[in-house]
Write a new protein. Sequence first.
Length: 301
Amino acid sequence: MPKLSLAKREAIACYLFIAPCILGLLIFTLGPMFASFFIAFTDWDIMTHPVWIGLDNYKEIFTDDPIFWKSLGNTVYYTVFAVPLGLIGSFLLALLLNTKVKGLSFFRTAFYLPAIVPAVASSMLWLWILQPEFGLLNSFLRLLHLPTPPWMADPSWSKPAIIFTMLWGLGNGMIIYLAGLQGIPEQLYEAASIDGANAWHQFWQITIPQMSPVIFFNLIMGMIGALQVFTQAFVMSNGLGGPADSTLFYVFYIYNKGFREFQMGYACALAWILFVIVLLITLIQFKFIGKKVYYEFGDVK
């Protein structure tokens, strides 16, 4: 048997090492994706064999399903408010925690800890805080003689309540911003100071351009995450999506169709519609916002 060259041995070792990742991608990601694409054109209740019905699921979704539009509207509402608040809030936190103050390590830890609390646990905590009668927040508002909203008990306040709880997890974006801020060369600020630029000018002319790739990344990830909001709404509405379907977000609706009503074909069709929506929004962001992102080594093609 001929002896393999060093290059071939290295290539074989490389393929062996990446084989688990490739197999995992094929079996647990691409495989289910292709399967769900086929199931979306069928009527399948899990217990019996799928029945091919063509585009009937999609026709029903767009023409005869008011809950589809309701859930999509709820998700758009959440995304429009939650994503900007998350971007701005986490960026401001990062700016504050990038300063040299006493006890900085403590503050960084304190602000990041909520981000690693399990979503179910934090949702249960906020459900107690936002309880209309004896919740911590409304008790505090009563002390200040301010109005006490019913929060999750009122359709007008339920989505703002969930958006409010989202601010609990600003530490995720904050830690990414903080890494970006610490990567900005100090020489840029020193040169700007010598040229007479004040803090405001330095922020807009140095910090924002240097941070634009990080901001763009958090925007993309924030949009994708917001369009898939589920856990907080599921836990805080006791799995009902109420009141009056006000917290029935899109992924929540997919869950109901697939795992409560056992309309798996219909649920797969809904999932693929969401995939197309997320893809289109991401492409639009790259098309119009990505061009304004500053890269130190030139535009990324």
